[in-house]
Write a protein that binds this ligand. Structure first.
Ligand code: ZN
Length: 690
């Protein structure tokens, strides 16, 4: 009997109805053996032509990617001990195979020869870009280095991986090591019910079996779901201060001290960059991003910083005045800001998520979202449940077609939370991408959209919070870029080869429509009465979006600038410490100076253990792009359906259609007619007049 993981449905989709954990190991081992043989044969006979090297690379990558991708997908949505074990058993071999391909010298040399050959000019621009990026990415894995440089490069890579793992383990250990256990009801005054429940649960897990939300004890930790509400709501100021100080000292002393690792990581990154011919790690990071250079990133951050700094100062003054008016006589300190900001928010825009939920039943939200896609992009989306194997009875399947009814794509939607087997959060992922490499016509793209919203209860539909609505729009935006691609080369279709700092453009773009009155009020209807969302609630939603927007933006800019300064022009072996850099950047990008003992860098996992090194700016970069793209629709006239259609088609043909087949800056200029500007983002957040 054939292994279902290796035998997709007639449509080319994974057999989710038949794949079981016991299929994973034999299937992947067989596939890796086959691909290993193919790779060897290819290395022997590789030709410096498109069909001689690029096509085979795509085919091998696709076979592995779709099969292993289905396993990864199941790990996220139908996790089990057996599946995890099967995944872990083959993962190392999958990684090794990927590295073998990425670092193959014969393939690299064939690509370089192709780029130098006369045939290169005959390729179309998308093909030429694919070849260039394959060469670039191979170079970034050190494939072009020789002798001792190559050895040193490999050693750095290994050492960096170890240090980064140690960094994040230290953060975890230090987080676990701290707890503030409270036993008096008066101490937890102010904490909302949900936070009390989490704190009691934490106490139970730590050996206090009788702990309850009503009677305690309550265990406060530095985990964000506990820390954030505690800083926002605890009335006792000295407890907030204790938590705040513990948090900024995390992983900065004792057995889990990250101080030394920070310098080592920065030094190794700089050395790695220099081996590859870059002046700094920031240059290395930007080599594969949309931002042209460090100066361009700094220019954008500075434009935002000037405006948000002034706004943050105003917001702080306003907050001080508010706290004083409420009877607070002491000076506003770091551990007071979140607390008073929440009181001010309540006073200004009080509404609860629960008030909104009845207006957002999933079926209405979906029809609103699909209607928007139809109006803007001319695509039709119809339910096609039963036409593809699924992994859970709640999963939906949809097909997307164009104006003429021709099929374009399909997607799965897995909307509800299933804590026992499904990862938290929301994401879009590729099931299969658009390509012609397998012959027999074009394989159409299929996406996974996964959310974690409240399931239906009885005959009551899933009622979504406004956040969940925005999340669905966001993931659908990623999905549109994957699905509406017109590129037939699998290595550049959809989201593939889209620069990392541009990936969030189509997703955040869609979120903007949740604040567009006609769009939102067009589908937000009470699930029982059919009554439209009251105007007053809509106004509050919009006001809440811009509440303390200057402070929030400045905080992100502080992280971005600090990340950049540590990876550009900083000497990790010199006399200036990373904490000195932190204090220097803080002068420009905080309105309340950090305490001298602030060691938050020791737990800044994004840049020392995650993928954001010299890339933290990407959050703001992509937000500028998405806001500016939305502004094109505002300029066309949000109340003018014909103008929206024209602009929507242009957006579909460029941002959504071209995917990674052209540099993101060119794609953006194709759509917008010019380079991105920060004006729209600042205006949307109320930081600059309309
Ligand atoms: Zn996203």
């Amino acid at each position: 009997m054939e292994n279902p993981l290796l035998a997709p449905s007639p449509d080319g989709l994974p057999r989710f109805d038949a794949i079981r954990p016991e299929h994973v190991e034999p299937a992947m081992k067989a596939l890796l053996a086959e691909l290993g043989g193919e790779l060897e044969a290819l290395e022997q006979s590789v030709q410096p032509t498109w069909t001689g090297v690029v096509d085979p690379l795509e085919r091998m990558g696709d076979l592995l990617g779709t099969r292993w991708g289905a396993v990864g997908h199941l790990l996220g949505v139908r996790n089990s001990t057996e599946l995890r074990a099967a995944h872990e058993a083959v993962q190392p071999e999958v990684v090794v195979f990927g590295l073998r391909v990425a670092q193959s010298k014969p393939l690299f040399e064939a690509l370089v020869a192709l780029e130098k050959s006369a045939a290169f000019a005959q390729l179309d621009p998308a093909q030429r870009r694919i070849v260039k990026l394959l060469i670039r990415d191979a170079r970034l894995t050190g494939v072009a280095l020789e002798g001792s440089a190559r050895e040193r490069f490999q050693a750095i890579a290994t050492e960096l991986a170890e240090h980064q793992t140690a960094f994040s383990n230290h953060v975890l250990d230090a987080t676990k090591a701290f707890a503030l256990v409270l036993r008096e009801k008066a101490e937890v005054e102010g904490l909302p019910e949900s936070a009390l429940e989490v704190a009691a649960q934490s106490a139970r897990a730590a050996g206090e079996p009788s702990a309850s939300a009503e009677a305690g004890p309550w265990r406060l930790t530095l985990d964000l779901p506990v820390l954030v509400p505690a800083l926002q709501h605890l009335k006792r100021r000295e407890l907030r201060e204790q938590l705040y100080r513990a948090n900024l000292a995390r992983a900065s002393s004792g057995a889990s001290d990250n101080t030394g690792l920070i310098s080592k990581i920065l030094a190794l990154r700089l050395e790695e960059a220099k081996l590859l011919g870059f002046a700094s790690y920031a240059e290395l990071s930007l080599a594969s991003k949309m931002a042209p250079d460090v100066a361009a990133v700094r220019k954008l951050l500075e434009e935002l910083r000037k405006v948000s700094y002034a706004a943050a100062e105003r917001e702080l003054a306003e907050l001080r005045a508010f706290a004083r008016a409420q009877g607070e006589t002491r000076e506003l300190m770091h551990w007071d800001v979140a607390y008073w900001a929440e009181r001010q928010r309540e006073a200004k825009y009080a509404y609860s998520e629960e008030e909104l939920r009845p207006y957002f039943p999933l079926p209405a939200v979906l029809s609103g979202l699909f209607g928007l896609a139809e109006r803007l992009f001319g695509v039709t989306i119809r339910a096609a449940d039963g036409e593809a194997p699924i992994w859970n009875p709640d999963v939906r399947f949809f097909r997307v077609s164009d104006e003429s009814g021709a099929p374009l794509a399909a997607f799965y939607l897995d909307p509800y939370s299933r804590p026992a087997e499904k990862r938290g959060g929301a994401w879009m992922d590729e099931c299969v991408g658009r390509t012609r490499v397998f012959g027999g016509g074009t394989r159409l793209p299929v996406a996974y959209l996964v959310c974690n919203q409240t399931p239906p209860v009885g005959d009551r539909p899933s009622l979504m919070s406004f956040d969940e609505v925005q999340t669905l729009f966001h993931e659908f935006g990623h999905g549109l870029q994957h699905m509406l691609t017109r590129v037939d080369y699998g290595l550049a279709s959809g989201i593939r080869n889209v620069e990392w700092d541009a990936v969030e453009l189509p997703s955040q773009f869609m979120e903007n429509w949740c604040y567009h009155r006609e769009t939102l009020l067009g589908f937000a209807r009470h699930f029982e009465t059919g009554q439209a969302l009251p105007d007053a609630l809509f106004e509050k939603l919009c006001a809440a979006r811009t509440y303390r927007a200057g402070s929030d933006m400045l905080r992100q800019l502080f992280f971005s600038l600090l990340d950049l300064d540590l990876h550009d022009g900083y000497d990790p072996g010199g006399r200036v410490t990373p904490f000195d850099v932190q204090q220097r950047v803080a002068k420009l990008a905080t309105v309340l100076a950090p305490l001298p003992e602030d060691r938050f860098l020791c737990s800044f996992g994004h840049i020392f253990a995650g993928g954001y090194a010299a890339g933290y700016y990407s959050y703001k970069w992509a937000e500028v792009l998405s806001a500016d793209a939305f502004a094109a629709f505002e300029e066309a006239g949000l109340e003018n359906p014909a103008a929206l259609r024209v602009t929507g088609r242009r957006y579909r043909d460029t941002v959504l259609g071209l995917g990674g087949s052209a540099p993101a800056m060119e794609v953006f200029k194709d759509f917008r007619g010019r380079e991105p500007k920060t004006d729209a983002l600042l205006r949307h957040y109320g930081l600059r007049a309309a």
